[in-house]
Design a protein around this ligand. Structure first.
Ligand code: LER
Ligand code: MN
Length: 275
């Protein structure tokens, strides 16, 4: 397993669960100085991820790109794959497609989290899940052409009423039938929604594509009450070899949150060959 830390380039998400904010080069400098293997970028959109300059920054700091968050499509542009408005749904797909192309050029997968939207008003749950399945199939195919996974993230009940558990995400992926569409397990959301770590991790198995490494209170791992060594052991047992990416609040400050994350990462992965 590899360690990653989040960098947010979206001013509207300044109070969000991201460790470094504002500047990619500066965030990468701090991530590399702490000893992370990679970074995850929460960007305003595809236009802010030009392949050559971004790849040069990552290379200069010796960092991998773990994933790209797409939530700015929702936060900044109010785009959702399940909006009642067909034009909004179309623009949401377009935004995600361009993010996937930008990610593909940088060798990283894109996350579908808050852009899944929610069912409300005239849109039934059945209708929203139909639209979501159709969009995920199309977007996974775009990702597949770039040799990438497409990451589908269940969120807690305060953020969506669509995919909230690993089971619900797996049901959707079963309908979609694309091998490169994978589940993103955010340990903060899972702490709220899942009945059992062991059952959920066992169930997701090889469909697990990425992990948001956050404690129960969304602070750095080790600062809440998650038994992270047990959880990482379960992930290892499921054969997971990807990133544990710290999508957490920068508390007490970004550097300390990063240090604590790496401390927990190292403790939890110490006995894992090649991590
Ligand atoms: C939002 O809570 C979250 O976990 C993000 O990763 C979704 O885009
Ligand atoms: Mn997350």
């Amino acid at each position: 397993m590899r360690s990653a830390i989040t960098i947010c380039l979206v001013p509207e998400a300044a109070s969000g669960p991201f460790v470094f904010h504002g500047d990619l080069d500066q965030g990468c400098h701090q991530a590399a100085a702490l000893g992370f293997d990679g970074v995850e970028i929460f960007a305003p959109g595809p236009e802010s991820l030009p392949a050559d300059p971004v790849a040069a920054i990552l290379r200069r700091h010796g960092l991998g790109l773990a994933a790209l968050g797409s939530g700015a499509g929702f936060l900044k542009h109010k785009l959702s794959l399940t909006s009642a408005d067909a034009n909004v749904r179309l623009r949401a797909r377009q935004f995600l497609k361009e993010m996937i192309l930008a990610g593909g050029r940088l060798g990283a997968p894109v996350i579908l989290g808050s852009m899944q939207g929610r069912h409300e008003g005239e849109v039934t749950r059945v209708q929203a899940l139909d639209w979501l399945a159709e969009a995920v199939a199309e977007l996974a195919d775009v990702a597949g052409e770039m040799g990438q996974h497409f990451l589908v993230e269940p969120l807690n009940r305060y953020e969506t009423n669509l995919l909230r558990t690993v089971d619900e995400a797996l049901d959707l992926l079963g309908r979609v039938g694309r091998k490169n569409a994978k589940v993103l397990a955010d340990l903060f959301h899972m702490n709220i929604e899942e009945a059992s770590w062991a059952a959920s991790v066992a169930k997701v198995g090889a469909s697990l594509g990425h992990v948001h490494f956050a404690d129960s209170n969304r602070r750095a791992m080790g600062l809440g009450h998650t038994d992270f060594k047990a959880v990482v052991g379960l992930l290892q047992g499921a054969g997971y070899q990807g990133y544990l990416s710290a999508e957490i609040f920068p508390l007490p400050d970004p550097v300390e949150a990063g240090r604590q994350t790496l401390k927990a990462f190292r403790e939890a992965t110490r006995d894992i060959p090649d991590r």
